[in-house]
Design a binder for this molecule. Sequence first.
Ligand SMILES: [Zn+2]
Length: 126
Amino acid sequence: MVLVFLLWILIPEDYIQSFFLVSQELLVFLTTPIIDFLGLLLSPTVIISLLFIIFIAIILMMRIRYHIKRNAVDTNYCPVCDNKINRRHRKPIHHLLSLFIPVRYYYCKSCGWEGLRISSKVRRKK
Ligand SMILES: [Zn+2]
């Protein structure tokens, strides 16, 4: 408090005014490019092309998912000891992964192995 008061007395008023003026100009100088960039991002061309890219990405993801599911070999046996494995509740990270690759979480009662397997539960028309 005393220091601020001392500075107030010692620094000439012109300096303080010019400091505020410079800081205001600096703020405008720094924020103008950001505002311009946001304006560019919100243009219809950019939005439409982004939506198109997202649409294509979703279609590709669905195709890849379908093929992985179709080619998966659904073995319910432990890769370590060849005993039967049981399903277990998936963790949040597995649910996230499951958006891209259809996986299920299994564990083995006899050897303690636990891990993910690709599930092939796809309905095939006959
Ligand atoms: Zn096992």
